[in-house]
Design a protein around this ligand. Structure first.
Ligand SMILES: [Zn+2]
Length: 336
């Protein structure tokens, strides 16, 4: 197994028991080379792939042994990849419309395939494009992140634990670690504890590391959730001009918060404090209008400080470098 298969079963050995599959659009009559991965075969152009991938260029330049297999007169190269991943990579190379950059929506499975293999085979433009797709869904900025999640709830990037795990192991493999805090954070609130502890999932070392990080992070965030349970500060403030009304309004807001995070979520999951409170516009509209001006100002000031603190602490909750280091890594590896 090479690194591109982290967290997943290795490719199936090529077997006569499975019929050969030649995906439409990737068997060219004038192709001069056949690539096989699992039971997928592709008749492609050595020159085109060599121009896109220095790794494949080296593979193709290796001398062909005497009596080596050939199909329809083309030499055959066997690659240790998942056939579907390779199909997605080749489709992306041959058909620009197959894998367009954001804001075009591309299925998460295609993005992860291309992310893994464009990294492995050093196809730079596709590597970059795949990261743009991943970080669009797991952004580095809190407001971008939370507002995106609100509009995409239930979409394939977020609804299946297997997919969430694959996103994390793929982002780790391709060194796009700046997307990991958001991906881990999302997992820690969306996946029930009993699912994370399911021993059948801990079946290889890469998955075990990710699952351990999610579980540890979930516990760290639950501690933070208590410390930051009230991101809106305390009212009345020292300059309050309607003490009883402001105190009652704040008490009611905190009660709504508790009721929301304890009643709406499926068993074993709990919305993190930050997810509940992140929307400052809503806070101003719903809560601050019930406070006097001094309390409203004090509330927003406490809120800005606390939400920033919370977001800053998310990477360390999952044993990741700080946002500053992750942003610097992005700048180095992925500057415009
Ligand atoms: Zn007040």
């Amino acid at each position: 197994m090479d690194g591109s298969d982290q967290g997943r079963p290795p490719p199936e050995p090529e077997s006569r028991s499975y019929p050969i599959y030649r995906p439409p659009g990737l068997w060219f009559d004038d192709g001069n080379h056949v690539i096989q991965a699992e039971n997928y075969q592709f008749r492609i152009h050595r020159g085109i792939l060599s121009a896109r991938s220095p790794v494949l260029r080296r593979v193709f330049s290796e001398p062909v042994p005497e009596g080596a297999q050939n199909i329809e007169g083309c030499p055959v190269t066997h690659l240790q990849d998942h056939g579907k991943d390779l199909m997605h990579l080749l489709m992306s190379i041959y058909d620009p419309a197959f894998f367009e950059p954001p804001p075009k929506d591309v299925p998460v499975g295609v993005v992860l395939s291309v992310a893994r293999l464009s990294f492995k085979y050093e196809v730079q433009h596709l590597h970059r494009r795949s990261i743009l797709h991943i970080e669009r869904n797991y952004p580095i900025d809190m407001d971008t992140c939370m507002s995106h999640w609100r509009t995409t709830e239930g979409q394939s990037w977020f609804c299946c634990f297997e997919t969430l795990l694959n996103i994390i192991v793929t982002a780790t493999y391709i060194n796009a670690s700046w997307v990991l805090p958001a991906a881990y954070y999302y997992c820690s609130s969306a996946v029930p504890s009993h699912t994370l502890r399911d021993t059948s999932l801990w079946n290889n070392s890469q998955r075990a590391i990710v699952l351990r990080n999610i579980l540890a992070g979930k516990i760290n965030l639950e501690i933070m959730d208590v410390a930051y349970e009230n991101l809106i500060g305390t009212s009345p403030c020292s300059g309050c001009i309607q003490r009883e009304k402001c105190a009652l309004a704040t008490l009611a807001a905190v009660r709504r918060f508790w009721s929301s995070i304890t009643q709406r979520e499926p068993a074993g999951t709990k919305m993190h404090t930050l997810t509940y409170w992140w929307d400052r516009k809503l806070l101003k509209k719903r809560h601050c209008k019930e406070l006097c001006d001094p309390c409203s100002s004090a509330c927003m000031s406490a809120y800005e400080s606390a939400r920033g603190d919370y977001w800053d602490k998310i990477p360390s909750a999952f044993n990741l470098p700080s946002w500053k280091e992750l942003k610097s890594l992005r700048e180095t590896n992925f500057s415009e």
